[in-house]
Unconditional design. Sequence first.
Length: 125
Amino acid sequence: MKILVVDDEGIVLLSCRRILEAEGFEVQAAPSVDEALALLDAPGATLPTLLLADVKMPVHDGMYLMRQVKATHPELPIVIMSGYPTDETVENAAAFGAATFIAKPFTPEELLDTVLSVARKGNKS
C-alpha cells in the first residue's frame, strides 16, 4: 500500500516514513502542498492508497490540498493531522471530505491504527 505524507516539518515526514515503512508501506513524502499536487498529477503517477496531510503549512494549507485532491481524485481517502485539533479544524476536515482526523503528536500505534482503519474502509467500497 502506497501512502503520500504531506507536512512542512521534516521531523514529521521522517517519523511517519519510519513508522509506516517498518510496517511494509510504501511512503512518498512531500514538504508542501504544491509538491504533493505535483506528485499526484505527474504523468504516469500511481495514485496512493491514502493521503496523510497536515493542516497548517505555509503557502497552501491542508484544507486547500484536500479540496484540490477531492476535485480530481474523489476516491482517494485523506487523513488530516494537526497539532491544533480544535472543533473547528476537525469539522472543516470532515466537511471537506477527510476520512478521519489524527491529532499531533501521535504515537506510532495511533498512526498505524488510523491508517489501517481508513485503508480497510477504502478497500470495502
